[in-house]
Design a protein around this ligand. Structure first.
Ligand code: OGA
Ligand code: NI
Length: 334
């Protein structure tokens, strides 16, 4: 449990085991934060919102939303209760390390810590959050207000996710409610904590990846770190304290028949400030059939792949983290 970066990082040089190969490092030139990632105001008129979402999803694979309706207080309390988790005495944290990963687990780097060559500069707490009444019993019992605070956050983030999926359906021409049941059945809440890092140019919080599910709704607070790959370069996603970053995940790209693109993104570290991100991952149940939505298919827009079970894709995706490669066996010649 002393492995948690947050427990040992102070006044230490970057250990060798955290140094990425040269082609994967962020390098010396950390890309400055940038204003180019679209920020969509959910108080705008519906038609404009939808058009902006479709454009951003195709060009960037992600966008930010403001005026999203999630009360600021719920966000700030969730962030502070998560901070309290890390400030708890070691014996209180101990039960979380040994947790069942499908229920609730505190880890550092990835769940393959013992076998991986290079560790990630992050600690992570993750648990399912939907349906709430079934999974809340697996959540941390300490801090005592954890369950109440995080439940309120889960409900709000889940609502925001449904709203965004409905807007995307409307924009694409997919029937309303398409994602309502099985396709968004699996919902996980994931807290990333990135302590200040002695050499951010050599390591990463999370290396380049696409999220595999349907949608990720991320709150990054006020510290830079999230970057998206676009047109051959890494662009910083500006931290807006009252915005959520919405990430198109890979199976949504498939369902949209490439009308939406999944963002390739990563998290870099910095030497001065600890950073926390709170992510809701909305994903299909393992037995869901994933295929390009039938309403999108025409003679001129043939399906890019055959139907597959979400689990079949994940089996390919998890060992490599490479979504394109994982989809390969299901692709149709076009
Ligand atoms: C993730 C992720 C980025 C961040 O958890 O999948 O991409 O900014 N996180 O923490
Ligand atoms: Ni991600």
């Amino acid at each position: 449990m002393e492995k948690l970066v947050s427990s040992w990082y102070k006044d230490q040089p970057l250990p060798e085991s955290y140094i990425f190969p040269p082609d994967k490092r962020p390098g010396k030139l950390l890309v400055p934060k940038s204003n180019t990632v679209p920020v969509i105001d959910l108080a705008d008129n519906r038609t404009d919102i939808i058009q902006q979402m479709l454009k951003a999803s195709l060009e960037f694979g992600l966008f930010q939303v403001v005026n999203h309706g999630v009360p600021e207080k719920i966000i700030s309390e969730t962030r502070s209760v998560f901070k309290e988790v890390f400030e708890m005495p070691a014996e209180d944290k101990a039960s979380l390390y040994s947790g069942d990963p499908s229920r609730c687990k505190l880890i550092t780097s990835t769940s393959n810590y013992d076998s991986e060559k290079i560790h990630l500069w992050r600690d992570n707490l993750k648990h399912p959050c939907h349906p709430l009444e079934e999974c809340i019993k697996f959540w941390p019992e300490k801090p005592t207000r954890y369950r109440e605070v995080v439940a309120a956050y889960s409900i709000e983030a889940n609502k925001l996710g449904s709203t965004i999926l409905e807007l995307l359906c409307e924009g694409l021409g997919i029937e309303s409610g398409y994602f309502e049941d099985k396709l968004s059945e699996k919902q996980m809440l994931s807290f990333n904590h990135y302590p200040p890092c002695p050499d951010p140019s050599l390591t990463l919080g999370i290396p380049a990846h696409c999220d595999p599910g349907i949608l990720a709704i991320l709150h990054q607070g006020d510290v830079c770190g999230l970057q998206v790959f676009k047109d051959g370069e890494w662009i910083g996603v500006e931290p807006l304290p009252n915005a959520f970053v919405v990430n198109i995940a890979y199976q949504l790209q498939v369902i949209s028949n490439n009308k939406l693109k999944s963002a390739e993104h990563r998290a870099v570290t910095n030497s001065s400030d600890a950073r926390t991100s709170v992510v809701l991952f909305i994903s299909p149940s393992g037995d869901s059939i994933i295929e390009p939505a039938k309403s999108l298919i025409t003679a001129t827009n043939p399906p890019l792949c055959r139907p597959f079970q979400s689990n079949e894709f994940l089996v390919n995706f998890l060992p490599t983290g490479k979504a394109d490669l994982a989809l390969q066996p299901f692709k149709l010649k076009t």
